[in-house]
Design a protein around this ligand. Structure first.
Ligand code: FES
Length: 165
């Protein structure tokens, strides 16, 4: 995904204040870029493009350098994890028992692809390999809770019921 294709995920006032505090803490210090990126990633969970631009400006570093570092290390992410982190198992057992249909249904309903998060940051979707519970196939995991023998037609009810919890 190119940087221009990334959807915008608006930050809350608290998150903006957090970003400002981190930048302020490291400003004018040598080798500040990676610690700043690490601390912001840790506090708000991702490194939005507009935050990278702000870091570049405040630390007086070229934007492309910030972007280069942010994309080089796998522990940095430019996409936030959703409030509900949905993982669909597509290992062999889950795949043959309907896992693919489940993944397709979620993608269609939420309008996101694996590795993406909805704009409102409520849901993110990932595809997993075998999670070691093939006897319960097909399974999905939402925020560490396992749902077993899931049917494609009921998966969205499961997902939307999380909002009521
Ligand atoms: S294939 Fe899904 S748990 Fe093994």
């Amino acid at each position: 995904m190119r940087i221009v294709d990334l959807p915008k995920y608006p930050l809350s006032q608290d998150e903006i204040a957090m970003v400002d505090r981190v930048i302020e803490k490291f400003k004018n210090k040598k080798g500040a870029l990676i610690p700043v990126l690490q601390e912001i990633q840790k506090s708000i969970g991702f490194l939005p493009v507009e935050v990278q631009k702000k870091i570049a400006k405040e630390l007086n570093i070229a934007e492309k350098e910030v972007y280069g570092v942010a994309t080089f290390y796998s522990f940095f992410s430019m996409i936030p994890r959703g409030e509900n982190d949905i993982r669909v198992c597509l290992g062999t057992a889950c795949f043959v028992k309907g896992g693919k249909k489940i993944a397709d249904k979620i993608q269609k309903e939420l309008g996101i692809k694996p590795g993406q998060t909805t704009k409102d940051r409520k849901y993110s979707l990932q595809i997993n390999r075998c999670l070691g519970a093939c006897g319960l196939a097909p399974i999905i995991v939402i925020n560490d809770k396992i749902y077993q023998k899931v049917k494609p037609e009921e998966v969205m009810d499961i997902i939307y019921s999380l909002d009521k919890e």
